[in-house]
Design a protein around this ligand. Structure first.
Ligand code: AMP
Ligand code: MN
Ligand code: MN
Ligand code: MN
Length: 281
């Protein structure tokens, strides 16, 4: 069953395969009435998405998925319902794009040195964008037959500890949350089970996240759809009195991520981030 809202997905403004307008169009076709486009560290796709949404009756919520650092590790924070033109946020995202650009180049150099010749130009050609996210290297590896799929590309080359891994110079988690809050949005910890952490560590992250002004967490994620996972995430959501969010993390057809609207349902007793956004409008 398709959920009526989806608060996490990507377009060609970052590492998705569809243009912002095509993502919105597809959401409408899938029965998703409320959509947040949450590209990595950029709001560049929102204007196009907004006009597409107006044309097909979808309610578009401004979104972004920030890459942040906490205790030396990368986490993702989804921002929802902010003003995309707020100057502090704009400056912050410009800084993130520079960091992404530098990291994209460094990944290419490392892969070339490891014998994957043509990696940088190949990955750049995937989207023709200035910055090259890891998913574009993965896509180039798949398309040129170096690996059988995205999973193998990340496992062999792109994951933390592998030859093509370069640590991003991301914003500190506390500061990233501040960018979102000052722009009037709600900060949501994305896919808490996606960081290879023990439960004890996830609770530590949630402590720091909530103390810094983070208000929500993803409970129903396309990347951890198992009912037991939703149950575990729901338990933390209650314990930290956070708002529950949900999203597919859709990246496009041909990408292993889930379809728009295909996240599992949210447990009914949890306060949903969407209601909080409505109240603040
Ligand atoms: P980046 O922000 O450039 O470090 O890339 C993070 C993105 O890489 C995620 O949002 C996913 O789109 C993608 N990704 C990470 N791990 C995997 C995986 N195992 N399989 C497919 N895509 C992945
Ligand atoms: Mn991605
Ligand atoms: Mn993510
Ligand atoms: Mn994502």
């Amino acid at each position: 069953m398709t959920a009526a809202y989806d608060l996490h997905c990507h377009s060609t403004a970052s590492d998705g395969h569809l243009t912002p307008a095509a993502v919105v169009q597809r959401a409408a076709e899938q029965g998703v009435a409320t959509l947040a486009l949450t590209d990595h560290d950029t709001v560049a796709g929102l204007a196009e998405a907004r006009s597409a949404a107006a044309g097909c009756g979808v309610r578009l919520i401004p979104g972004v998925e920030l890459s942040v650092l906490w205790q030396g590790r990368t986490f993702h924070v989804v921002g929802l319902g902010f003003d995309p033109d707020e100057p502090g946020l704009q400056d912050g995202l410009a800084r993130m794009q520079r960091a992404r650009q530098a990291r994209g180049e460094a990944i290419g150099e490392r892969l070339e040195r490891a014998g994957l010749s043509g990696a940088r130009e190949g990955a750049r050609a995937v989207a023709g964008a200035a910055e090259i996210p890891r998913a574009h290297y993965a896509r180039w590896m798949v398309d040129s037959g170096k690996v059988r799929g995205y999973e193998e590309a990340f496992k062999r080359y792109l994951r933390r500890g592998r030859v093509g891994y370069v640590h991003g110079d991301w914003v500190a988690m506390e500061e990233g949350i501040e960018w979102i809050c000052r722009a009037g949005g709600i900060a949501v910890l994305a896919h808490p089970l996606g960081y290879d952490l023990t439960g004890a560590w996830i609770r530590r992250v949630l402590d720091a996240f909530a103390a810094a002004g983070g208000e929500g967490m993803e409970v129903a994620c396309g990347t951890s759809p198992d009912p037991r996972q939703v149950g575990q995430l729901g338990g933390w959501c209650r314990r930290y009195a956070l708002l529950a969010s949900t999203g597919s993390d859709f990246h496009g057809p041909g990408h292993p991520s889930r379809e728009l609207g295909a996240a599992p349902p949210l447990p009914g007793d949890l306060p949903c981030v969407l209601e909080a956004l409505d109240e603040r409008r």
